[in-house]
Design a protein around this ligand. Structure first.
Ligand SMILES: [Zn+2]
Length: 74
């Protein structure tokens, strides 16, 4: 809904270059395709550290003992 067309396009700072990136654009949250690719490159080259997704002691214990916990599946 664009009830008020006089409003400026909502933007957020581009994660790569900090220029305003239009919310809802095809490259969002980046300002451009270039910045999107640059950010992907950072991930690929290890500039960002992703914390291990599996740090749940119960889950690790389950893996070590050879059985998974499936509490949310019945
Ligand atoms: Zn950018």
């Amino acid at each position: 809904m664009e009830a008020n067309s006089s409003n400026p396009v909502k933007t957020i700072p581009c994660p790569t270059c900090r220029k305003p990136a239009a919310v809802g654009s095809e490259d969002f949250p980046f300002c451009s395709d270039r910045c999107r690719l640059l950010d992907l490159g950072k991930w690929a080259s290890g500039d960002y550290r992703i914390s291990s997704p599996i740090l749940d002691p119960d889950l690790l214990e389950g893996l070590e003992s050879g059985r998974l916990r499936n509490d949310d599946e019945s």
